[in-house]
Design a protein. Sequence first.
Length: 566
Amino acid sequence: MCSSISSISFCLPSKAPFSSHNRFNFISHVSPFWIARRNPRHLSLSASIAEKNSSLEFSWDIVSPDDYNGWAIAEPAPKLVEKKGWRTFAIVGAGASVAAALGLLAYFSFSSKGFGVRLRSPFSGLYGFSGHSLTIKDDLEIEEVHYDDVPLAESEIPEETLGAASDAFVVTEQKRERVVVPFSVDVAQQEAVSALKKLKIIEYDVRADELCTRREYARWLVQSNSQLERSRKHRLNPFAALCGSRITAFDDVGVEDPDFEHIQTLAEAGVIRSKLSENPGSNLNGDKELNNFSPERFISRQDLVTWKAKIEYEVLPGISKEMARRNIGFLDVKEISSDALLELFVDYRADRKSITRGVFGQSRRLQPSKPCTKAQAAVALTCGRVTEFIQAEISRLEAEKVLRERELKEVISEILERGDIKQYWERKMEEERNRGLEVDVDYRAAIMALEQEKTVQESASAELVKQKAALECQKQLLSSLKAEVTEMSEKLSHEKAKYIDELRGMQDVRHDLQAKYEGLLDAKSILEAEIEALRILRSWVEDEARKSQARAKVLEEAGRRWKWDS
């Protein structure tokens, strides 16, 4: 049996402000089974047959079970409808109308607001890596944003990313984005990581599926070269490179940095570009690429290969950058830096010993800005001439291990034959017995001391009981004294209140007496004033009396004279 599905999709021009991320696919499903109207008499029986056969799969290879024991249900053949063109036309017309209406509605709604959209592949959300993103604006300008300078980290996979993997592809005129698949480690990478761990070049806690930073790769590259390289022509000497260094190669890698020695060694040797690789005064503008190493950024494919290639190969004279660009064999040669063309070309011509083929396999695209994992870095470190040196070093380590195990077995067998171990353990047992006797004596002495201490503690406890009883008596006495003191304090409080009342009455009487005394003083002063006035009046009266007497005497003398004269 087959089914027919007709889908209608709209493809708008790329210049219109329409999102290519939101895909409008209008799918009208036509039923795969065309059921004609049956005779009403067989309707219930047909329903039961359909219910029993509903769990069957529609396949020609599966034989349906005989549910009716050989009996067949006689049903009339369905009547074929000869004229059905109008139905098809109606269905197609209705679907097209609905699709056109929704398309116009979406067009006007989005064109009135404007929006930004990122063109991304279904798997671009994996491991937080994306190459480019495009932003579409209302003014029909397209801005390209690079994420090469942003450190990448592990990110969660959103649900819409997983759902977008099953969507239909939409053809657009925009630039395609890079497809990133989950990091996986193959057998060769696991062997390379294991070999470098055995040689103690990389740490034991390194995970092969993690991204490698520039700091880690520089450290491992210098350590592997110093430890494995046999040829003096290709060996890096950190002590000689750092001897006489006056300035740091990068501004962001100081002397206190734990990997300063390795990064400075690569810069001094000219493996990586730095301030030391330019002439004095040529970098007046402060090129960021030369001044900063960015140790926490992830190592790119280009740097992974070129750093190793500058140590591994010798660039033959006569090879120009233009010739290397034409013959390097990569489709994305325009994205490769011109400083790395010669090393990549020499590595490309190395055939089986090529670092690029050993790490990334046979590929026509280098993708120079793509970050690398620690497993790929391990493969790059084990490629080239050091492969046989690594095998020889591992063989030497294994031989030394076997030799040590053999010597250990011989020493053990010799000790067993001489009986030193038996004598040693017998001596140990004797020492333990003597120690046991000493411990027993100490135990008995401790028991006796504990008994004596127990007697002392019991006597002390009895004394404490007596003291406790005495304290209880004193407590009761203090309680009675406290009650008496409380009663006396209450009496004193009552008497104090009474005294205060009497004192208040005395003060009132005193105030009254004081007022009366002041009244008496006022009356006394008035009386004294009146007495003084009377005294003055008396003296005046006496003066007047004397004057009257004198005047009377004068009058009497005058009368007497008048009498004598008359």
